[in-house]
Design a protein around this ligand. Structure first.
Ligand code: SAH
Ligand code: SF4
Length: 335
C-alpha cells in the first residue's frame, strides 16, 4: 500500500491527520475522489443516511458591521434594506413548523433594532409552537446569549470565518478575533449546541490556514460546522477577488468530516450557488444537513450575502419539495 493510502486509511479509521498531511491533501488533487468517498463512509457510519432539514428565516438584512466579503455590510448603500416585525417572524416560523421543519434558524445582520426584549419575545412565541430554535445573529454579550437561552433558544451558529487572526481582522474591520472566539466559548459555557465554520477562498487565505481551520474545528467541540466558498459581491471592497473554488471547499468539508466524524455538517447554499448539484454532491462527500430557506417573497433576493444565491426565486413550499426530491434522488431519507 502506498503512503497516501495508509494516511487516508488512518483518517477514516481513527480520524487523525497531521497539519502537514492536511496541507498535502488540500494542495494535491490526485486523491480527491478517495477523500470524498471516505468522508461519505464516515458520515454514514457516525450520523447515518438521514438528512436533517433546518428551515432558515432571514429576518433582517440590516447590519452594523462592515465585513469586506459580505453584501449586507453597512457600507453597501445600494442595497434595499428590510426588517421583519416580530409577528412576521413568528408567522414564518409557524409555517416552517407546518412544512415539517423541526428546527428553525433565525438569521440576520447585526441589527440593533432587535433588542433583547424583542428577541426573547420572538423566541418564546416560536418555542411555544414546537420547533427547536437556532440563532445566527452575530456577536452579543454573555448576558444577551444567556437571555436568549432562557427564553428557549438551544442552538447558535457563528462562524469563525477563518482561524487566521490577521486575515480575519483585515477583512472584518473593527472586529476582533479574540472576541469572536469569546462568543463561541460563552455559547458553549451556556450549554448551547454551537455551530461554527469558515469561508474558503478569501483573498490572502493559504492552504496552511485552511488546514488550521480543520484542526480548530476538531478542537472546539462544535455540534455543527458549515463550510462554504467565499463568493465575491459586486458592491463590496472584495468585488475583484477570485473567490472560492467549489472543489476545494468540498475538500475542506470532507476532511472536516474525517477528523470530526460525529458532527453535523450542512451542505451549504453557497455550494449550490457555485455548482447546480452542489448540495447533493456535498451530501455525498460528508454533509448530513440542509437548511432550506423559508423566507418569503422579495426578502429572499434582498438577503444578498453574495450574488447569484441559489433558490432566491423559489417559494418555501417549492424549496421543500425540490430539496426532498434531491435527497431522495441520492438514496437518502429526510428526517
Ligand atoms: N451576521 C451574522 C449572520 C449572517 S452572515 C454573522 O455574521 O454571523 C452568515 C454567514 O454568511 C457569515 O458567517 C459568512 O460566512 C457568510 N457570508 C457572508 N458573505 C459571504 C460571501 N460573500 N460568500 C459566501 N458566504 C458569505
Ligand atoms: Fe453583517 Fe454577518 Fe455580513 Fe458581517 S457577515 S456584514 S456581520 S451580515
Amino acid at each position: 500500500m502506498n503512503a497516501i493510502a495508509a494516511v487516508l486509511r488512518r483518517a477514516e479509521q481513527v480520524h487523525d491527520l497531521s497539519r502537514d498531511e492536511l496541507v498535502f491533501l488540500l494542495a494535491d488533487h490526485e486523491y480527491d475522489r478517495e477523500i470524498f468517498a471516505a468522508a461519505d463512509r464516515v458520515r454514514r457510519k457516525y450520523v447515518g443516511d438521514e438528512v436533517h432539514l433546518r428551515g432558515l428565516i432571514e429576518f433582517s438584512n440590516i447590519c452594523r458591521r462592515n465585513c469586506f466579503y459580505c453584501g449586507l455590510r453597512a457600507g453597501n448603500r445600494g442595497l434595499g434594506r428590510y426588517r421583519l416585525t416580530p409577528e412576521e417572524i413568528i408567522g414564518l416560523a409557524q409555517k416552517g413548523w407546518e412544512y415539517g421543519y423541526k428546527t428553525v434558524v433565525l438569521q440576520s445582520g447585526e441589527d440593533e433594532y432587535y433588542s433583547v426584549e424583542k428577541m426573547c419575545h420572538i423566541i418564546k412565541n416560536i418555542k411555544r409552537l414546537g420547533p427547536v430554535i437556532a440563532l445566527s445573529i452575530g456577536e452579543k454579550t454573555y448576558a444577551e446569549y444567556e437571555a436568549y437561552k432562557e427564553a428557549g433558544a438551544e442552538r447558535y451558529l457563528i462562524r469563525i470565518e477563518t482561524t487566521e487572526k490577521k486575515l480575519y481582522e483585515d477583512l472584518d474591520p473593527g472586529m476582533s478575533h479574540e472576541k469572536r472566539k469569546r462568543c463561541l466559548n460563552d455559547l458553549k459555557k451556556l450549554g448551547y449546541e454551537v455551530g461554527s465554520g469558515s469561508l474558503v477562498g478569501l483573498p490572502g487565505q493559504t492552504i496552511e490556514s485552511l488546514a488550521d481551520d480543520i484542526l480548530y474545528f476538531r478542537e472546539i467541540g462544535a455540534d455543527m460546522i458549515g463550510i462554504g466558498p467565499f463568493i465575491p459581491h459586486e458592491d463590496t471592497p472584495l468585488k475583484a477577488a477570485k473567490g472560492g473554488d467549489f472543489r476545494l471547499s468540498l475538500k475542506v468539508m470532507a476532511l472536516t468530516r474525517l477528523l470530526v466524524p460525529h458532527i453535523n455538517i450542512p451542505a451549504t447554499t453557497a455550494m449550490e450557488t457555485l455548482h447546480r448539484d452542489g448540495r447533493a454532491i456535498a451530501l455525498q462527500s460528508g454533509a448530513n444537513v440542509v437548511m432550506p430557506n423559508i423566507t418569503e417573497g422579495e426578502y429572499r433576493k434582498l438577503y444578498a450575502l453574495y450574488p447569484g444565491k441559489a433558490c432566491v426565486d423559489d417559494t418555501p413550499g417549492r424549496c421543500r419539495e425540490c430539496i426532498t426530491a434531491k435527497i431522495e434522488g441520492i438514496g437518502r431519507t429526510v428526517v
